[in-house]
Design a protein around this ligand. Structure first.
Ligand code: NAD
Length: 285
């Protein structure tokens, strides 16, 4: 029987994690409470595999195999015990993640990971019976294209769990960094700093979003500017991360009012069609 991987949340990240896990031979159960979102995610996965066939990266047979490895579930209660790995990828809210992690733990997975971008692993582990089996598995967007897996080791994480996470990274074709548990880890703390400052600069009228991005791409050789990246990540996701980091490190991470206003207006970036840029069918207009 295939090894089993459960991914909780079929949003931007859950979809990508499911994609690479199926490609690595796992039987994937994708758990999503919003039925329409879950079905859309499975349809999108099918499109991605078709596209990979069109580009000669997969055979039609491999794509069909990947598709057959994917099962959509409406709740963790529908998942059988004993998966090899569970990756939680629900929104960046401590209470929600804790609830989901406790439910996931009841399935007795060999490895339990959270895709949190910023919340401390120790905080998320609070209430878990086996915090030794739990750590951060921070994937990057889009998961199929980004090589990095940030493995975040909590104070209670067992060394075997870290080893298992590093092995998982290898199996999924990712290159891991192992970091100590501090809010924002090694990546978000720095990346979000840049994104928030870029938003403040737009609010101050320093330059247009396109010019702020162009300055960083041409002047600093960033592959993508901080505002376009914010659109790709999701403004709502970035707002949640900023609030987590503000609570941990103080007002240097206070979300700029422009970010708060845009999220309230439903301008979430690529996924809503409008952020700092306009997006049509997933492409920057
Ligand atoms: P998202 O909002 O796109 O998706 C989250 C999904 O979880 C939604 O579809 C939601 O319906 C579902 N959900 C909510 N409660 C659930 C539950 N109890 N059971 C099952 N599904 C549930 O969010 P995202 O961008 O995929 O982010 C998910 C996590 O990954 C967050 O912690 C975020 O910080 C982190 N992350 C995001 C990015 C990024 O670029 N978006 C990158 C790295 C890490």
């Amino acid at each position: 029987m295939n090894d089993r991987c459960v991914v909780v949340g079929a949003g931007t990240m859950g979809l990508g994690i499911a994609y690479v896990a199926a490609g690595a031979g796992y039987a994937v159960e994708l758990v999503e409470v919003d039925r329409a979102r879950g079905e859309a995610a499975v349809a999108r996965l099918g499109e991605l595999w078709d596209r990979a066939v069109g580009r000669g990266k997969l055979t039609a047979e491999q794509a069909a195999t990947n598709r057959s490895r994917m099962t959509l579930r409406g709740a963790l209660a529908e998942v059988a015990e004993g998966p090899d790995v569970v990756v939680e990828a629900v929104p960046e809210r401590t209470d929600l993640k804790r609830t989901v992690l406790r439910e996931a733990e009841a399935l007795r997975p060999a490895l339990l990971g959270s895709n949190t971008s910023s919340i401390s692993i120790a905080e998320l582990a609070d209430g878990l019976a086996r915090p030794d089996r739990f750590l951060g598995l921070h994937f990057f967007n889009p998961v199929w294209a980004m090589a990095l897996l940030e493995v975040v080791v909590g104070p209670a994480t067992a060394p075997e769990t870290t080893d298992a996470a590093v092995a998982l990274a290898g199996r999924l074709g990712k290159d891991p960094v192992v970091v100590r548990d501090m809010p924002g880890f090694a990546t978000s703390r720095l990346g979000v700093t840049l994104g928030l400052e870029a938003i403040r600069m737009v609010a101050d009228g320093v330059a247009s979003p396109a010019d702020v991005d162009k300055a960083m791409v041409l002047g600093y050789r960033h592959p993508v500017g901080p505002l376009e990246l914010t659109d790709l990540v999701g403004l709502d996701v970035r707002l949640d991360i900023a609030r987590t980091l503000q609570a941990a490190y103080g007002d240097r991470f206070a979300p700029p009012p422009l970010l708060v206003e845009m999220v309230a207006a439903g301008k979430l970036g690529k996924k809503s069609g409008q952020g700092f840029y306009r997006w049509e069918n997933g492409v920057k207009a």
